[in-house]
Write a new protein. Structure first.
Ligand SMILES: *Cc1c(COP(=O)(O)O)cnc(C)c1O
Ligand SMILES: [Zn+2]
Length: 413
């Protein structure tokens, strides 16, 4: 389409052609897609975007594909919910939830990144796609890969939630369960990716895959009436989503779609896996890897590939970070359900619990517009809640038994 200039090293700036590569040969820095913003500014406008279908491809000029979309034609454009009940509990003036618990078809924001990755994999001519996953990516690659007609190799850590395993297997991929944690799975996949000509969506296709996360940020701006929020809270695994949400705001500003930009970006992690929030709290970009131990398995990356860049965005925008315990995650999942009717997975609990702490410490100001990103659906991580919900009432199939129980309920027993 002529809107993409090539790949560019984030460290030394060296340029590369558009190929399935991800690391600079000279300095080992990560490669990122470079666009021709001048030509893009002339090609799209608010009006043009608004006239398009409500899926993530409405921002196609700012996505790294040349031809027609090959995946995700019904993905994206999830609701931005004005969360007044939750705002009241938190003491915030104006709060919105970006609700990616309902992305089509696999109910997490990974539908976004996979839509771009698989479209690019088709353009590159691959017939097999693969990934190293903390769960949601496995689900999304399995589903979109089936629809797009790819052979699929999905690598996951053995500790994954049962529902994410079933949700992936149903699409018939080759599911490889590795006895190790995510960071070990990822290391293995780097070796496999060197040997086989497969499109590993989060390894050799990563520069393209990661751009898909920008669509979440574009949607927030459009759905706020073409304004960026004052605060945005983002859960971090590798840190890629956070950096790309910031990039989406900046791009909209650069091409003139957004007038002002003074958003503070906040990072949310689990206390049992907090390499990024720890760095931010210590006022450094240096990420110290950890061994994850948290119920927030989709965020359990101990050695985050984009941690350095995520911490830099947070520090440069005047945001901050928080990490939260398993109990705080569970309490936040319940609070979100009770106030807004949204059942989030553990990552959503992390985001809300961290937001709460950021408000309490005064890091996140109560005035202004705050958006929190809820990135995955609670039906996928139900075992985390076992023993933490209300109990159902068991009765016999007759009115007397029901009324006996009703009496107890009324008495508050
Ligand atoms: C993958 C994932 C994230 C964060 O991903 P990054 O690696 O930081 O881009 C957040 N929430 C959920 C539910 C996820 O599956
Ligand atoms: Zn370089």
């Amino acid at each position: 389409m002529g809107h993409i200039k090539g790949l560019k090293c984030r460290e030394c700036g060296r340029e590369y052609p558009i190929e399935p590569i991800y690391v600079c040969e000279f300095c080992f820095g990560p490669l990122e897609v470079a666009y021709d913003y001048e030509s893009i500014a002339g090609a799209i406008s608010r009006k043009k975007i608004e006239s398009r279908q409500q899926n993530l491809w409405r921002y196609k000029e700012l996505l790294p594909v040349d031809g027609e979309p090959q995946a995700g034609l019904n993905s994206g454009f999830t609701p931005l919910i004005k969360a007044d009940a939750l705002a009241k509990v938190l003491g915030l003036d104006e709060l919105y939830i970006k609700d990616d618990t309902v992305v089509h078809p696999t109910l997490s924001f990974k539908d976004r990144v996979v839509s771009i990755a698989l479209t690019k994999a088709k353009e590159f001519g691959f017939d097999t796609v693969a990934c190293a996953s903390t769960g949601n990516l496995a689900h999304a690659v399995s589903a979109h890969g089936a629809m797009a007609g790819f052979k699929r190799f999905i690598f996951i850590p053995a500790t994954l939630e049962a529902s994410k395993i079933v949700a992936s297997l149903i699409y018939g991929p080759n599911l490889i369960v590795v006895d190790g944690n995510y960071d070990e799975v990822n290391r293995l996949c780097s070796e496999v990716a060197n040997k086989y000509r497969w499109a590993f969506v989060n390894i050799n296709i990563r520069p393209f895959y990661a751009e898909g996360s920008k669509t979440l940020g574009f949607e927030i701006v459009e759905q706020l009436g073409w304004k960026a929020p004052d605060n945005v809270v983002v859960p971090c695994a590798s840190g890629s989503l956070l950096t790309k949400i910031w990039k989406s705001f900046r791009e909209f500003k650069d091409i003139g779609i957004l007038k002002g930009l003074k958003t503070k970006v906040f990072a949310a992690q689990a206390a049992g896996c907090s390499p990024i929030s720890t760095a931010i709290k210590n006022d450094t970009d240096a990420i110290r890897p950890v061994k994850p131990d948290t119920i927030a398995k989709s965020l359990a990356i101990g050695n985050p590939a984009d941690g350095f860049y995520a911490s830099r965005v947070v520090r440069e925008t005047g945001g901050y970070a928080e990490d939260v315990t398993d109990q705080e995650i569970i309490d936040a999942i319940k609070l979100l359900a009770k106030t807004e009717g949204i059942f989030a997975e553990t990552a959503g609990g992390v985001t809300l619990a961290a937001t709460r702490k950021l408000i309490e410490s005064g890091r996140l100001k109560k005035d202004g517009v705050t958006v929190i990103c809820i990135t995955g659906n609670g039906l996928k991580t139900q075992e985390a809640l076992q023993g933490h919900t209300m109990k159902p009432y068991h009765i016999n199939p007759n009115l007397a038994s029901f009324e006996e129980t009703l009496g107890k309920i009324k008495k508050g027993q």
